[in-house]
Design a protein around this ligand. Structure first.
Ligand code: 5AD
Ligand code: SF4
Length: 442
């Protein structure tokens, strides 16, 4: 298979983006080449997501498109990798040539070697150890400024609605020295921002060999990465409200280059729903964590995820979500209608009993409220001075630049010919719900 062209599409979360980079690295080392053009591909891969039914439906649609490529050219191999491969295993193998789960990417070269039209290949074994620690991912980002680094894999929280523990297996943390090495390499290549990724970064824990000292916790890892250079920003995602510790918050406050943004998925504002979701915190706990963050880091950006219409959600529960959103005033939110996932605790225990129209109504109310809250949160920024990392020209006006403030808010401002990766000092003059419009003060 050496010399063949690999084309890969990525669906789902940032972690999947990083997994695609790991996959390409493994395959390039085995002699394959990356192509961005499906028409040139000898191997077509989709790195897939199972989080909601509509994510999977979209991918089934893509598989049909991939099959058209197979009709056009001989010997095209179609592979499904990632979460959907793990979840649907043999069902997918009836449709494609290759099925590989999130812990089996090292075996992709062998699997591809063995594939023939009559001999599809599958590896969906999950591992307790695999972290791809030694693999240097091929970077797929376009501007060479901002990269993702996976610091752990899998998840040990059994949130009752969530398929991830079944598709990505048990939680394991990656050797911190390999993380720091990867971040330092990126900095030396000119990168200015790394985002440390995990399903629940606050529970990151590297255990030193027995009898030795040297356990590393998440706040310690943050310090290690932040110390590489004050010029390199550090972000992280995702934080679990039950696990985010004061230590993490104080570490963020201590380093200017640790960005002041926390993605803290609340899922619901109702303690009854949170209990059924097995989130292991309640409304009061969540609000206390937000107060703590803001007391230590007053300008900290806080974003969230919300699920509308979980099993048995009453109008009161829904109102509790709305009032929590009004209280917190999130900067932005990802908002979803509950989608039952086969095999999860919720699918076994609770009927998916909120009708589609009602879920949609609640979701639309949540989305409309968040629009108002995003605007309100942005209005508070007017007059503030911010340090922005330039990403590139603004989409609307090429005379202007865009980039993110530490809080992760998107800023646009006049260009003086800066390049992606430069820092600019700006002052916010006006806002929309999505953008801060700024003037230069440097
Ligand atoms: N239905 C709807 N949304 C879900 N999420 C996770 N599982 C489901 C589901 N079954 C959302 C949660 C999570 C985000 C990544 O996706 O809000 O934080
Ligand atoms: Fe990422 Fe979850 Fe989708 Fe898997 S199911 S790709 S972990 S969002």
């Amino acid at each position: 298979m050496a010399g063949k062209n690999i084309y890969i599409e990525t669906y789902g979360c940032q972690m999947n983006v990083n997994d695609s980079e790991v996959i390409l690295s493994i395959l390039q080392d085995a002699g394959f080449q990356h192509t961005e053009n499906i028409e040139d591909a000898d191997v077509i891969l989709a790195n897939t997501c199972s989080i909601r039914d509509n994510a999977e439906q979209r991918i089934w649609g893509r598989v049909d498109q991939f099959k058209l490529q197979k009709r056009k050219r001989d010997n095209v191999v179609i592979g499904i990798v990632g979460c959907m491969a793990e979840r649907l295993k043999d069902k997918l193998l009836k449709e494609v040539d290759l099925v590989a789960g999130p812990d089996s990417y090292r075996t992709l070269p062998q699997l591809l070697e063995a594939v023939t039209p009559d001999n599809p290949q599958i590896n969906v074994l999950l591992s307790h150890e695999e972290t791809y620690a030694d693999i240097n991912p091929v970077r797929l980002d376009k501007n060479g400024i901002s990269a993702f680094i996976s610091i752990m894999r899998g998840c040990n929280n059994v949130c009752s609605y969530c398929v991830v523990p079944y598709t990505r297996g048990a939680e394991r943390s990656r050797d911190p020295h390999t993380i720091v090495r990867e971040a330092r390499n990126l900095y030396e290549k000119g990168y200015k921002e790394v985002t440390l990724l995990g399903q629940n970064v606050d529970s990151y824990l590297w255990k030193a060999p027995e009898g030795e000292e040297g356990n590393v916790t998440f706040p310690q890892l943050l310090e290690m990465v932040a110390s590489i250079s004050p010029e390199m920003r550090v972000r992280f995602s995702t934080s679990h409200p039950k696990d985010i510790s004061d230590d993490v918050i104080y570490t963020m406050a201590k380093y200017e280059n640790i960005c002041k943004h926390i993605h803290l998925p609340v899922q619901s504002g109702s303690s009854i729903m949170l209990e059924k979701m097995r989130r292991k915190y309640n409304r009061e706990w969540y609000l206390e964590r937000v107060d703590k963050i803001r007391s230590v880091i007053p300008d900290c950006g806080i974003t969230t995820d919300v699920i509308a219409g979980f099993c048995g959600e009453t109008e009161q529960d829904h109102q509790d979500t709305l009032t929590l959103m009004e209280k917190v005033v999130f900067d932005s939110a990802f908002m979803f209608a509950y989608s039952e996932r086969p095999g999860t605790l919720a699918s076994k225990k609770y009927p998916d009993d909120i009708p589609y129209e009602e879920k949609t109504r609640r979701l639309n109310e949540i989305i409309a409220l968040q629009g108002r809250m995003s605007l309100k949160s942005n209005e508070k920024e007017i007059g503030k001075r911010l340090k922005v990392l330039v990403e590139g020209p603004s989409k609307k006006n090429p005379e202007e630049l865009c980039g993110r403030a530490s809080s992760n808010k998107m800023c646009v401002f006049p260009s003086r010919g800066e390049k992606p990766g430069d820092y600019c000092e700006v002052e916010v003059v006006s806002v929309t719900s999505a953008t801060l419009i700024c003037r230069r003060i440097d």
